[in-house]
Design a protein. Structure first.
Ligand code: HEC
Length: 164
């Protein structure tokens, strides 16, 4: 082997070695980049699924054209609107007014004289709107807000007509 040949051989070997090294480096860089990419894609998927699972149940619709006529709320009257004062009394008012629970006046004349003296209008207003008296709390409509004012009126009349 001439000197020139051996120099060439050495340089060529170095070049080959360098190329192999470069290949390995590029392969490693490629692998690490791919890993990062996969991690990113997975992160993206995770983010969408997280956003999906924590999104609010409803959102305010800001589209002004989306406003629709609100359906009127129809409150069905209690007891199909029945004006049977005795039946309504037994179902709603007797819980307090028959037992005297919570300071409610029982259907005894002496407990009602002063109340009736206030006038029917006040009596009715108190029954419809409720009030806090000296004996206790009379809840509006006895707590049955689905009673109509008229239903409360016939019930109050039933009560004052049936004092012992
Ligand atoms: C949760 C108990 C309760 C129920 C149910 C209830 N009341 Fe009363 N009511 C009271 C109490 C307590 C008073 C007395 C308040 C006071 O004067 O201190 C009263 C008082 C009244 C009075 C007298 C008002 C006045 O100015 O003196 C009327 C009339 C009346 N209730 C009607 C009714 C009618 C009608 C119902 C059923 C629709 C009803 N109540 C259901 C507790 C109740």
């Amino acid at each position: 082997m001439s000197d020139q040949d051996s120099i060439f051989f050495r340089n060529f070997s170095l070049l080959l070695g360098a190329l192999v090294l470069l290949t390995i480096i590029l392969a490693l860089v490629g692998i690490s980049m791919q890993n990062k990419l996969v991690a990113n894609v997975q992160g993206e998927a995770d983010r969408t699924s997280i956003q999906e699972s924590i999104k609010p149940i409803a959102a305010v619709n800001t589209d002004p054209n989306a406003v629709t006529e609100a359906a009127p709320v129809v409150l069905a009257a209690a007891f199909d609107g029945s004006l049977d004062g005795e039946m309504i009394y037994n179902n709603v008012c007797s819980a307090c007014h028959t037992t005297g629970a919570g300071g409610a006046p029982k259907l005894i004349a002496t407990e009602w004289d002063d109340r009736i003296a206030q006038g029917e209008e006040t009596l009715l207003l108190h029954a419809i709107e409720g009030y806090m008296g000296e004996n206790g709390l009379m809840p509006a409509k006895g707590g049955r807000m689905d009673l109509t004012d008229e239903q409360v009126q016939v019930t109050v009349l039933y009560m004052t007509d049936n004092l012992e």
